[in-house]
Ligand binder design. Structure first.
Ligand code: GLN
Ligand code: ZN
Length: 769
C-alpha cells in the first residue's frame, strides 16, 4: 500500500502522558510532602523534572507537538477547578492561606473539612475529583499552572499544545454543591464560565501557544438537545474570540454521534476523534457528515486504554480513508496515555513472546509516530516496522497462549441450559432454608476483614524471601482462626474467612489463572497517589488448580456455622484488568466464567453451602452509549450465570455490588438469578430495598446497614432503624443484615464494635417480627 499525503505532512502527538515517572517518583514526592519530609520546593522540582523527562522522551520519539498542562500533582479535573476559581466555600480559607495545601485539602480533606467527592472518569478506572458548583458560584481565571507548564516546554525547545478540560465537560462532570437547590444543573453556569475560559485562552496565546486542546469526552455520551446546544454555544463563543490560539476540541472513549454535527459546524480549527473499539463508528459518521473540511483532524487510531500493539496496517487504512475528510490528518493515541503503564520494555519478567505483543505509553507514542510517517511519506519508509508488526501480530494469533483448543471447545459447547440453574428460585429457596436453618434476618459480612499491617508485612516478607511459604501460610491460618472465632462470638450467622490471603480481589485470581500475566512496573494511576498494577488477560483462560478451596475448607473446619466461599465474578475480573483485544470481551468473559464454574463446583464438593461471587464492576462497565448497553448486559449476566448455575438447589449463591444507584441495571440484577444480593444502602437510607421491592425483585436482599467508608461505628439503634425501613419493603424471611461492603480498609477495633452492634440490631428486629 502506498499513500500520498493530502495537503500537509501528517504529524504525531499524544493527548496526555503518565505522570508518575518510571519509579513512581511523583507518588514518593507528594506523599513525602504530606508527611513533611519533602518541601514544597522539592516537590515542585521533582514535578518539573518529570515533565521535562516526559517531553524530552516524547520529542525524541518523534512527536512534533507535546502536550502540556496534562500533568497533575493529584488530578487534572481538580486542576481545572483551581483554574476556573471554583474552590468550594469550605476550602477557600485553606486555599488562600497556601495554594498547595489548599489543593491537597480539596483532594483529601482535613480533620475538619471534607474533601471533594471522587468518582470514575467515564468508563475508565481513573478517579477524578467532582467539582461542586451552585447557583452562586463565581468563576475567576487562574491560568498560572497552564501558562507555567507551557513556558517550561517552550523554554526546553518544544512545540507544545496546552490541554484543558473543556468547559462543557467540566460542567457536565460537576455536581450541585451541598446546600444547592436539588434541581440545580451546573450546565446553567456555562455563560458565566466561558469568559473565564476566554481569559485562559488569551493568556496561553500570550505565552506562545499556537494551539490549545479542549477535552470534551462528555460529548461521546448520549446528550440531550439542551446539552448539545450548550456545546454549540460554547464553541461558537470561544471560536469568535479575537485574541485566541487555534482551538482543538478533543473527544474520546466513544463515537461523537450527534455532537459531531455540532463540532463540525463550530468555528474551531481542529477536532480529535477516537477511531478505536466502538468509536470506530466515527469513521462512517464522518463520511456521512461530509467530513470536517478546513479543519485539522487528530485521528486516535492507537488505542490509548489497552496495552496491546497496534495493527499498523489496519490503522494506516483508516488514516488513508480519513485523508479526504479534513484539511490535514494527524495521528495520536485515542485518549491520554494516563490510562496505561509507562513502558513495556522494562517488563523483564514477562515472557518475551508475550512482551512483543505489548505496547504501553512509550510504545504507543512510537506507534503514532510510525503511522504519521507512513501516512505522509508512504509505507516504504516504515516497511521494516510494518513487517515486524505483522509478524508480532501473527505470532499472537497463532500462539498456544491465545488459542487453547480445550478452552475454546469448552466455551463453544456452552448452551443456554448450562447458564440456568436447574431449579426455579422458589424451589431453591426452600431447599436452602431446610439446609442452612438460618434465623430470619441472618447476619453476615461481605467478605474481607481488616488487612492489618502485619498481614501486609508478611506478604512483603514473603515476596522478599524473608519469610517462607510455610511461615506465611501459618500467619494466614492464624488470621482465619481469629476472624472465625470473632464472628462466632459476635453472633454472625453466615461467616467468612476474611480474605487475608488476598491483597487484591482481581489480582489474587489472575495470578492463579493461565492466560493472565502480571507486570512488575505496570503502574497506572487510580487516583491521586494511588496506583494499581492491573493484570493483563493475554490469552485463553483456564484454571490450573483450585484457587480458594483450601483456605475456605480450613475456615469451615474451625466452625459449625456456614462459611461463605468468596470469588470475584467474570465482569469484575475483566473490568479491573487489561483485556485482550483480539476477541470480543464476551468471549473472554465466558472463559473466565468457566474457570470460576469449576471453582464453584469444587467449593460445593468441599462442603461449602454458601458461595458469593462479587460483581462490583457490573454497573461501572456499562457502555457510555445506551445503544450498546443491552449487548453488554446480555453477556455480563450470562457469564455470571455460567459461573454459578452448576450448583445444587441447596447451595446458596450470593452476589455483591458496592453502590446504591443501580436503577438502570435493575433488570440485569434480576437476570443474575443469584439467591441473595448484598448492596450498599447505609448512606441512602435503604432506598435500594424500596427500589428492588417496587421492581418486584423476588429473591433475598442484604441492603448494607453499616457504612464502611467511614471510621464511625454505627450504633445498634441506628442499624435497627435502617432495618425497619428495609422491612417496610422486604419481608423478614428475605432480608439479610450486612455491611455495605468489605471491611478490608477499616481498623480492627471499630469493625468489631460495629459488627457486634450489627448483630444486636438483627436480634432486636428478629424479636419484633
Ligand atoms: N468480597 C470483597 C470484600 O469484601 C468485595 C469487595 C468489593 O465489593 N469491592 O473485600
Ligand atoms: Zn463492595
Amino acid at each position: 500500500m502506498t499513500t500520498k499525503s493530502a495537503a500537509a505532512a501528517s504529524r504525531a502527538t499524544v493527548h496526555g502522558y503518565p505522570r508518575q515517572g518510571p519509579g513512581r517518583e511523583l507518588k514518593k514526592a507528594v506523599e513525602g510532602y504530606w508527611k513533611g519530609r519533602v518541601t514544597a520546593d522539592e516537590l515542585h522540582r521533582t514535578a518539573a523534572r518529570l515533565r521535562r523527562d516526559n517531553w524530552r522522551q516524547l520529542a525524541r520519539t518523534g512527536l512534533h507537538e507535546v502536550p502540556t498542562g496534562d500533568f497533575s500533582l493529584y488530578d487534572h479535573v481538580l486542576d481545572t477547578t483551581v483554574m476556573v476559581g471554583a474552590v468550594p466555600e469550605r476550602h477557600r480559607a485553606a486555599a488562600e492561606a497556601d495554594a498547595l495545601d489548599g489543593y491537597f485539602a480539596m483532594a483529601r480533606g482535613t480533620r475538619d473539612v471534607a474533601p471533594l467527592e471522587m468518582t470514575k472518569w467515564f468508563d475508565t478506572n481513573y478517579h477524578y475529583l467532582v467539582p461542586e458548583l451552585d447557583p452562586g458560584t463565581v468563576f475567576s481565571a487562574n491560568s498560572g499552572k497552564q501558562t507555567g507548564e507551557l513556558a517550561e516546554a517552550v523554554a526546553q525547545g518544544h512545540t507544545a499544545r496546552p490541554v484543558l478540560v473543556g468547559p462543557v465537560t467540566y460542567l457536565l462532570l460537576a455536581k450541585p454543591a451541598p446546600g444547592a437547590p436539588g434541581d440545580f444543573e451546573p450546565l446553567t453556569l456555562l455563560d458565566r464560565l466561558l469568559p473565564v475560559y476566554a481569559e485562559v485562552l488569551a493568556d496561553l496565546r500570550a505565552a506562545g501557544a499556537e494551539w490549545v486542546q479542549l477535552d470534551e469526552p462528555a460529548l461521546v455520551a448520549d446528550r440531550s438537545p439542551a446539552e448539545l446546544n450548550a456545546a454549540a454555544r460554547a464553541y461558537r463563543e470561544l471560536g469568535a474570540l479575537a485574541d485566541r490560539p487555534k482551538l482543538l476540541v478533543a473527544s474520546y472513549f466513544d463515537r461523537l454521534g450527534e455532537a459531531l454535527r455540532v463540532l463540525a459546524k463550530a468555528p474551531v480549527e481542529g477536532l480529535a476523534m477516537d477511531f478505536t473499539g466502538p468509536a470506530a463508528a466515527n469513521l462512517d459518521d464522518l463520511a456521512r457528515a461530509g467530513g470536517v473540511p478546513g479543519k485539522r483532524l487528530i485521528a486516535g487510531v492507537v488505542d490509548g486504554r489497552n496495552v496491546w500493539i497496534n495493527d499498523l496496517k489496519r490503522s494506516l487504512a483508516t488514516l488513508v480513508s480519513l485523508l479526504g475528510f479534513a484539511e490535514r490528518v494527524d495521528v495520536a493515541p485515542s485518549c491520554s496515555l494516563l490510562h496505561v503503564p509507562l513502558n513495556a520494555a522494562v517488563e523483564r519478567d514477562i515472557d518475551p513472546q508475550i512482551r512483543r505483543w505489548l505496547a504501553f505509553a512509550r510504545q504507543k507514542a512510537e506507534e503514532a509516530v510510525t503511522l504519521a510517517q507512513g501516512l505522509s511519506e508512504g509505507t516504504g519508509i516504515i516497511a521494516g516496522l510494518l513487517a515486524a508488526n505483522s509478524s508480532a501480530l501473527a505470532s499472537r494469533s497463532s500462539s498456544k497462549l491465545t488459542r487453547d483448543a480445550t478452552v475454546r471447545a469448552r466455551a463453544a459447547a456452552v448452551t443456554e441450559a448450562g447458564t440456568r440453574r436447574a431449579q426455579p428460585y422458589p424451589e431453591r429457596a426452600a431447599a436452602q432454608r431446610a439446609k442452612l436453618k438460618l434465623p430470619p434476618l441472618p447476619a453476615t459480612t461481605i467478605g474481607s476483614f481488616p488487612q492489618t499491617g502485619e498481614l501486609r508485612a508478611a506478604r512483603a516478607d514473603l515476596r522478599a524471601g524473608r519469610l517462607d511459604a510455610e511461615g506465611y501460610d501459618r500467619r494466614i491460618a492464624a488470621e482465619i482462626r481469629e476472624v472465625i472465632h470473632f464472628q462466632e462470638q459476635a453472633g454472625l450467622d453466615v461467616l467468612v474467612h476474611g480474605e487475608p490471603e488476598r491483597s487484591d480481589m482481581v489480582q489474587y485470581f489472575a495470578e492463579q489463572l493461565d492466560g493472565c500475566v502480571a507486570t512488575q512496573h505496570g503502574w497506572v494511576q487510580s487516583y491521586g497517589t494511588r496506583y494499581v498494577r492491573p493484570p493483563i488477560i493475554a490469552g485463553d483462560i483456564s484454571r490450573r488448580a483450585p484457587m480458594t478451596v483450601a483456605w475456605t475448607r480450613y475456615a469451615q473446619e474451625q466452625t459449625r456455622r456456614p462459611v461463605k466461599g468468596m470469588l470475584t465474578g467474570p465482569v469484575t475480573m475483566l473490568a479491573w484488568s487489561f483485556v485482550r483485544d483480539d476477541q470480543p470481551e464476551a468471549e473472554t468473559a465466558r472463559q473466565v466464567a468457566l474457570a470460576l464454574r469449576d471453582e464453584v463446583a469444587d467449593l460445593e464438593a468441599a462442603g461449602t453451602a454458601v458461595i458469593q461471587v462479587d460483581e462490583p464492576a457490573l454497573r461501572e462497565s456499562l457502555p457510555l452509549r445506551a445503544a450498546r448497553r443491552a449487548e453488554y448486559l446480555a453477556w455480563a449476566t450470562e457469564s455470571f450465570r455460567l459461573a454459578t448455575a452448576g450448583v445444587r438447589a441447596d447451595t446458596q449463591i450470593h452476589t455483591h455490588m458496592c453502590y446504591a444507584e443501580f436503577g438502570d441495571i435493575l433488570p440485569a440484577i434480576d437476570d443474575l438469578d443469584a439467591d441473595v444480593i448484598s448492596l450498599e444502602a447505609a448512606r441512602s437510607h435503604m432506598q435500594v430495598a424500596d427500589e428492588l421491592a417496587a421492581a418486584g425483585y423476588p429473591r433475598e436482599v442484604g441492603p448494607g446497614v453499616y457504612d464502611i467508608h467511614s471510621p464511625r461505628v454505627p450504633t445498634a439503634d441506628e442499624m435497627a432503624s435502617l432495618l425497619r425501613k428495609g422491612l417496610a419493603a422486604i419481608p423478614p424471611e428475605r432480608l439479610w443484615v450486612n455491611p455495605d461492603c468489605g471491611l478490608k480498609t477499616r481498623g480492627r477495633p471499630e469493625v468489631r464494635a460495629a459488627l457486634e452492634n450489627l448483630v444486636a440490631a438483627a436480634r432486636t428486629l428478629r424479636a419484633e417480627v
